[in-house]
Ligand binder design. Structure first.
Ligand code: FAD
Length: 326
């Protein structure tokens, strides 16, 4: 017997289940494709928990909640707490000043400091910004770890289609972009990524390379793998990675370190990030249904906070600052 039904087992739905359990509510978790995989947007994420860097463009609400995300993820999966290094090609140095002016929590790095942080990039970049308190995780491992933790509490992902209106009792709708018809203004923002493998380069932390048109990040993963991400294209069209995007991502990686030219391409992938007009994730309350959606480029950063507010509402009736009444 369950207290609440959660639809969707992406990062939002899995965190919703975890937060409900923590508050003594027994969830039933349903996903149309089963456990997390390439069918969900969460599969394609970089796994950066970078509230300060995201703050260059994101609302203060996201920075404030995002700062608490690492402590919550640490309880679930292996977290790499090495900060973020932000660089810019020499001709785009002004980008670094603009980024520094729009963000907090960084120190400026000279060439020696860059070499000390990332010896493999030493000598290639003259100035950088080091965001000391940021973290990253492997998103696919993190999703698997969430599934496993839920299973130890007796909650498994049921495979099946569900619609909130077709269910009785409280529902947390975490269908991502599939909830578009029920949520006015929800749109898809395409993100494309490439995974490379090389033994020639070692990086310890995510590197962001600023560029006026094609900003890029590289997230190191185990086994000599590097995730290059991510485009941000205002289109609702699904599909694979375009040749243009592949060129941009690979050129930016080459600008960061020319040895990426010799790397093996393991994977290219794309999905649509669910986003509202202001790109702020929210809990939309409609009677007994709570929609957790619009996670945009902040799914891993914001899912713990959204889930906690949904679970708190179900157990106490209190609404948080991410709530919207419909
Ligand atoms: C290239 C890329 C890079 C990114 N990098 C980052 C990053 O570094 N950090 C970060 O925080 N975020 C990042 N994001 C954003 C993040 O991935 C998304 O915000 C997040 O995955 C959205 O999660 P979700 O749970 O809402 O949706 P999803 O992961 O899509 O999950 C929705 C689930 O609902 C299920 N479903 C749909 N309809 C039904 C139905 N009718 N019945 C049952 N189940 C249903 C689907 O099968 C799916 O599993 C990135 C995104 C992309 C594309």
């Amino acid at each position: 017997m369950s207290d609440v039904t959660i639809i969707g087992a992406g990062v939002a739905g899995l965190w919703a289940a975890r937060s409900c359990l923590a508050r003594g509510l027994r969830p039933r978790l349903i996903d149309r494709t089963g456990a997390p995989g390439p069918h969900g947007c969460s599969w394609w994420a970089g796994g950066m928990l970078a509230p300060e860097c995201e703050g260059a463009l994101a609302e203060p609400l996201i920075v404030a909640h995002g700062r608490k995300a690492a402590a919550l993820w640490r309880q679930v999966t292996e977290l790499h707490e090495q900060g973020t290094l932000v660089l810019a090609p020499e001709r785009d140095r002004a980008e670094l000043d603009r980024f520094a002016a729009r963000t907090e929590g960084h120190v400026t790095c000279d060439p020696d400091a860059i070499t000390a942080l990332e010896p493999d990039l030493g000598g290639r970049h003259r100035r950088g910004l080091f965001f000391t308190d940021e973290a990253h995780l492997d998103p696919r491992q993190a999703l698997a770890d969430l599934v496993e933790a839920l299973a130890t509490s007796g909650v498994t992902v049921e495979t099946g289609m569900a619609e909130p209106s077709g269910l009785d009792g409280p529902v947390i709708d975490c269908r991502g972009l599939a909830a578009r018809r029920d949520l006015a203004g929800l749109r898809g923002v395409r993100g494309e990524m490439i995974v490379l493998r090389t033994d020639e380069i070692t990086l310890t932390r995510p590197i962001r390379l600023l560029h006026p048109r094609h900003p890029l990040y590289v997230v190191p993963r185990a086994g000599g793998r590097f995730m290059l991400g991510a485009t941000q294209i205002e289109t609702g069209a699904r599909g694979g990675v375009t040749a243009r995007s592949a060129l941009e991502l690979l050129s930016a990686a080459y600008a960061l370190d020319p040895r990426f030219a010799e790397a093996e391409i393991l994977e290219m992938g794309a999905d649509l990030r669910p986003a509202f007009a202001d790109n702020v994730p929210r809990v939309v309350r409609r009677g007994r249904i709570l929609h957790l959606n619009g996670l945009f480029r902040h799914g891993f950063l914001m899912a713990p906070a959204l889930a906690e507010q949904a679970a708190e509402f179900l157990s106490t009736g209190k609404t948080g600052d991410l709530f919207h009444e419909d």
